[in-house]
Write a protein that binds this ligand. Structure first.
Ligand SMILES: Cc1ncc(COP(=O)(O)O)c(C=O)c1O
Length: 355
């Protein structure tokens, strides 16, 4: 299925930013950036700003290789995971690309830029339709698989594995695990351990969400070293600035920060699920494995855009209107999980929408 481009990003710059008091539209570590990271960058801000950064990001790669228990030759660093999506598309999204849908918009934007023919394979009850994907992927150049998926928040285990095992290895597979660090430990099945088994597999990660570094832009990929070299050839020199490199290394020294954030996500996800169901009639939260979740609008009288606009103008609360995700329709919003006080503001806003 090839469709017209309907997707675009949300975030505070998609609306009047002056209206936003609490932003639930992006899904970042609920604690923000750690104090340890801030101290580490501010103490050397002058030299980090005036010197050229290491074009190879050596320190950061070393720290990532310890964190991931993988070889540094397998890692590529990007100016956000977004840069790597575009590099991947430039190298591999030539003619035919597969994207399960709805999913993260950037895969479509990057593939369209390359003039590739995009085949969207609809999710089935929000889950991957592995057989359809395997069937459609015949003869394709590339496939994007988001795990956990954005916007559904669902983690795919067996279906994802089945797809990776069955797809011909001439098709390059990008598995986007940018939110996997927020998944509960018992379910956190990364595909990083499979990069040697599948030489067409690239795993995408981001430090912007897990460590609250969205403004600095920092992402990375993990693949076998041969593929990593090919991807590296496509990037521009000094693609990652020095402050971002230092912040990334410091973040990996302070893993307690991520651990605390995970506890908040786990508790607040359950709290919000129970309380939205209890306190509202119009809104049905969808169970999620990630640090964000979908809310289905039960009442057909209002679209997701109308609800976003109303919550923003009346309450200063910004939610993600999911109608800009290809094939999502107009009866879902998505919210990030924040701290308890902020989550109560969202609950009140949803409740007051109905009155
Ligand atoms: C699934 C997914 N992958 C990648 C990205 C981009 O991450 P980064 O901020 O590292 O560019 C996003 C951003 O929202 C995302 O939702």
């Amino acid at each position: 299925m090839i469709g017209p481009s309907a997707c675009f990003h949300g975030g505070i710059y998609s609306v009047d930013p002056n209206l936003v008091k609490v932003d639930f539209s992006s899904s970042i570590n609920p604690l923000g950036v750690s104090k340890y990271v801030l101290r580490s960058i501010t103490k050397d801000l002058g030299s980090l700003t005036s010197s050229y950064p290491d074009p190879e990001c050596r320190d950061l790669k070393e720290n990532l290789s310890d964190y991931l228990h993988t070889h540094r030759e397998c890692i590529n660093i990007g100016n956000g995971a977004t840069e790597i999506i575009h590099n991947f598309a430039r190298m591999y999204a030539r003619k035919k690309v597969i994207i399960p849908s709805p999913s993260f918009c950037e895969y479509e934007l990057a593939s369209r830029r390359m003039g590739a023919c995009i085949f969207f394979v609809p999710l089935h009850n929000l889950h991957l339709d592995a057989d359809q994907i395997i069937e459609k992927a015949r003869g394709s150049d590339a496939i994007f698989l988001c795990n956990p998926n954005n916007p559904t928040g669902l983690l795919y285990k067996k279906s994802l594995k089945k797809i990776i095992e069955r797809i011909d290895n001439s098709t390059k597979i990008l598995v986007d695990e940018c939110f996997i660090e927020f998944v509960d430990e018992s379910d956190r099945h990364t595909m990083i351990r499979s990069i040697e088994q599948f030489d067409n597999l690239i795993i995408l990660r981001s430090l912007t969400k897990s460590f609250g570094l969205a403004g600095l832009r920092l992402g990375y990929s993990v693949s076998n070293s041969k593929l990593a070299l090919k991807l590296a050839a496509g990037r521009i020199s000094w693609n990652v600035n020095g402050i971002a490199q230092r912040a990334g290394s410091a973040a990996l020294m302070d893993l307690e920060h991520l651990k605390k954030a995970r506890t908040i996500v786990q508790e607040e996800r359950e709290f919000m699920y129970v309380n939205i169901r209890k306190r509202t009639q119009f809104f049905a939260p969808v169970k999620s494995d990630a640090n964000y979740f979908l809310i289905r609008i039960k009442n057909n009288k209002y679209s997701s855009t109308e609800i976003r606009d109303s919550l923003l103008t009346k309450n200063g609360v910004l939610v993600r209107d999911c109608s800009s995700f290809t094939r999502m329709g107009s009866n879902y919003i998505r919210v990030g999980i924040k701290n308890h006080v902020e989550n109560l503001i969202l609950l009140d806003a949803l409740e007051s929408f109905e009155n």
